[in-house]
Design a protein around this ligand. Structure first.
Ligand code: ATR
Length: 275
């Protein structure tokens, strides 16, 4: 059987932007006519392992994985080097029983698309969760010098040890004095509906010459981005990372170049509908 289906699994699954994004890409390349389709499934945690096996019997070549399964799937699949280092997977390739993490490629490709060359840059990551791990892995291996600020400093230390790289843990004041070239918000602070919160203390200016990258994409202009722009800094939102992590999974599964513009437009249309 030709495997021409893909989907996203989570519990609960909630409203995912991925079906609109992937199905639009299939249509743009005429893959829908070959049977390609992408859907979202809520999978109860106690049947996760069994479900992963069954999806392939139903014609699925791959799955995206979201909360709360990003770590659990590592046990039931063969994680590649990236998923292993990040400690989480967001993409499964079912015929190989393999898991990977396309958030790394999504983030790094989006920086590149914005002409941000991180080699030899001083980069400050805010946060120590899954998104921060992906950023840490990608930035370090692209030659950046990395420091981390996190509400819970110990979690930042643990993250650096797990990802297996060199990076410093700093306070906000220390990070400011370090004068980073790029600040990446990898916390969930500022995400809808807590749109007034920012992951940088209000009494402290942002570093003078930094570019600010906020992985949060909803709202498009987070409180952090507004502050950065008010201070005259360049700021980039997280929508591109979302689209490019999807594009990376699309390319693995279909072995075709992803129609990035189509995927952007589909996600944008979904977000506009929410308003
Ligand atoms: P994800 O997988 O999306 O990265 P996560 O693993 O829950 O999500 O991580 C969330 C990150 O946002 C953590 O770094 C968390 O800080 P702690 O490690 O101290 O928990 C950070 N975070 C969440 N809410 C925060 C808040 N109100 N203030 C500061 N940091 C916050």
């Amino acid at each position: 059987m030709k495997l021409t289906r893909a989907g996203v699994i989570g519990w609960p699954i909630g409203h995912s932007l991925s079906p609109a994004m992937h199905n639009a890409a299939y249509r743009a390349l005429g893959l829908d006519a070959e049977g390609w389709q992408y859907d979202a499934s809520a999978i109860p945690p106690d049947i996760l392992k069994k479900s992963i096996k069954e999806f392939m019997m139903h014609g699925y070549v791959g799955l995206n994985v979201t909360i709360p399964f990003k770590q659990d799937v590592l046990k039931f699949t063969r994680p590649d080097a990236i998923a292993q280092a990040v400690g989480a997977a967001n993409t499964l390739i079912l015929p190989r029983n393999q898991s990977t993490n396309t958030d790394v490629a999504g983030f790094m490709n989006d920086l590149k698309a914005h002409d941000v060359d991180v080699a030899d840059m001083k980069v400050l990551i805010l946060g120590a969760g899954g998104a921060a791990r992906a950023a840490l892995y990608g930035l370090y291996h692209a030659g950046a010098s990395v420091a981390v600020v996190n509400r819970t400093a110990q979690k930042a230390q643990d993250m650096i040890a797990q990802v297996g790289v060199l990076a410093a843990v700093k306070t906000h004041d220390e990070a400011l004095a370090w004068q980073p070239d790029l600040i990446v918000n990898a916390t969930s602070v500022g995400m809808y509906p807590q749109v007034d919160d920012a992951p940088w203390p209000s009494e402290l200016a942002l570093p003078d010459a930094a570019v600010v990258y906020d992985m949060v994409y909803r709202p498009a202009k987070t409180a952090l981005i507004q502050r950065a722009e008010a201070q005259g800094l360049r700021a980039i939102g997280g929508l591109g990372m979302l689209v490019r992590q999807g594009a990376a999974a699309f390319e693995i599964w279909t072995e075709r170049d992803a129609p990035i513009d189509v995927m952007f437009a589909a996600v944008q249309a979904e977000l506009n509908q929410d308003k």
